[in-house]
Ligand binder design. Structure first.
Ligand code: EPZ
Length: 419
């Protein structure tokens, strides 16, 4: 397994270009199953999660061609059973359920395991499929969906921890070819849901309300091929803004969408950083003073859970006491024990981290765990004394394209050591 060595004590300067959104690309690639015609999707990031999804689509019978950031897919004849050996590697594989059910009225996909950020139930997805008329069976670790027809209905998708992003996408993809109209209440409002709805609409679907908690889908007979460019990755963008906060002189992120970063930009301003933006860039620089924060993760447009670990890394050396409350994935604190190995002083309660800022962290061997926790360790290591060795770096490669090369282009000194 590869590892990376981060040489601390660096200052970052310059510009970095943001790639296409992983969390938008994954359901959009799955949505190509809904038509026999060719779809061309641009700005697909080069990530292992994307590779897994393309492999699943290939095993389902799709013709897949990839040339740098452009993917062409044609799902002329498809199977309905996703391969366990690939599905088990990526929870987001569940988003093939909706299109398979929508087009073939059948699907068989293994239940996603939990992961380090906690239990990852899909009860809301299954509730939505049942409401549309599917028979849902869970047997031998597989989810089996069968339907003679799908009928539009009214569904509330809100769970105990708020809306479900992939659940909203899955039900949209199952409903676009159903008979009649489907009303989704308690829908997720994330930009990635809007991007998926825009792609489905380009394919001929009739969807209104994406980006609000009430989405309406009017079923149509069939969908045709379409071309689409994926939105910028707001979490990659936020991660590089935090890199600028932690170790920057001045860092600019380009080809991003500032309006998707509202709560992250606001939190960085509250922490005392100077931020400015144009239509597709954001620049961050220190402002002389820095303040501790109280942040709480919430569904969009609230502060994103996918930015929580990165902010913990920044707040670890912020003078004063900060409090980070995680309401979406309450156990998403794998990064805390590793940050403490670097000298951070953090008290962890049920779903809250109280962070007592220290002057400086020290490099240490640490273990990557989930995707965002791993990125947080890289960020924490940038200004730290000494070298930080981050093992199991495949976690980072799942969601960040060449993060080491991009940080080195800003002045970092990161070595990737092939195992
Ligand atoms: C998406 O996951 C993202 N992944 C996650 O990003 C992100 O953290 C999450 O949304 C929340 O914003 C992708 O888009 C591929 P949820 P998703 O369903 O859709 C509970 C990353 O780092 N829930 O919105 O799987 C669930 O347990 C990843 O890029 C149910 O109870 O998350 C959680 O507490 C990590 N029942 C909350 O809802 C369900 O059926 C939100 O989960 C589904 C979810």
């Amino acid at each position: 397994m590869d590892k990376i060595l981060v040489h601390g004590g660096v200052r970052l300067d310059g510009e970095v270009r943001i790639g296409g959104s992983k969390n938008s690309a994954l359901p959009i690639l799955a949505a190509t199953l809904l038509t026999k015609e060719k779809c061309v999707i641009d700005r697909i990031p080069d990530l292992s999660d994307i590779h897994y999804m393309l492999t699943i689509l290939g095993r389902l019978g799709c013709e897949v061609e990839r040339a740098s950031g452009v993917v062409q897919i044609r799902a002329e004849k498809i199977l309905t059973e996703a391969p366990y050996d690939i599905v088990r590697k990526m929870r987001a594989s569940v988003c093939v359920l909706g299109p398979l059910l929508g087009r073939e009225k059948a699907a068989k996909v293994s239940l996603p395991g939990g992961c380090v950020i906690g239990d990852r139930p899909i009860d809301l997805h299954l509730k939505g499929f049942e409401a549309l008329g599917a028979k849902v069976t869970v047997k031998g670790g597989d989810i089996i969906l069968e339907a003679t027809q799908l009928k539009g209905t009214r569904i509330n998708l809100r769970g105990r921890n708020g809306p479900t992003v992939l659940g909203t996408g899955n039900i949209m993809m199952a409903a676009v070819l159903a008979d009649g109209t489907t009303d989704i209440e308690g829908a997720a409002e994330e930009p990635e849901v809007i991007d998926l709805a825009n792609f489905l609409t380009a394919m001929g679907a009739r969807i209104s309300g994406a980006g609000t908690q009430h989405i309406q889908i009017e079923g149509v007979d069939e969908l045709h091929g379409a071309n689409h460019t994926v939105i910028p990755d707001r979490i990659e963008a936020g991660t590089f803004l935090v890199a600028g906060a932690i170790a920057g002189n001045q860092v600019t992120i380009t080809r991003c969408e500032p309006k998707h970063l509202g709560s992250v930009i606001e939190a960085l301003k509250n922490a005392g950083f100077e931020l400015s933006h144009t239509t597709d860039t954001v620049t961050i620089s220190p402002n002389g003073f820095r303040r501790p924060l109280h942040i709480e993760t919430l569904p969009y447009p609230g502060f994103p859970t996918d930015m929580q670990a990165q902010f913990c890394a920044m707040l670890a050396t912020m003078n004063g006491t900060s409090v980070v409350t995680e309401t979406v994935f309450p156990h998403r604190f794998m990064h805390v024990s590793e940050l403490k190995r670097m000298g951070a002083v953090i008290d962890l309660s049920a779903h809250r981290a109280t962070i007592h800022g220290v002057e400086r962290l020290s490099g240490a061997p640490v273990m990557a765990s989930d995707l965002r926790a791993s990125a947080a360790l890289v960020l924490a290591a940038l200004p730290a004394d000494g070298i930080t060795e981050i093992n199991r770096v495949y976690h980072i490669d799942r969601g960040y394209e060449a993060i080491d090369e991009k940080l080195n282009s800003l002045g970092a000194h990161i070595e990737r050591v092939k195992s």
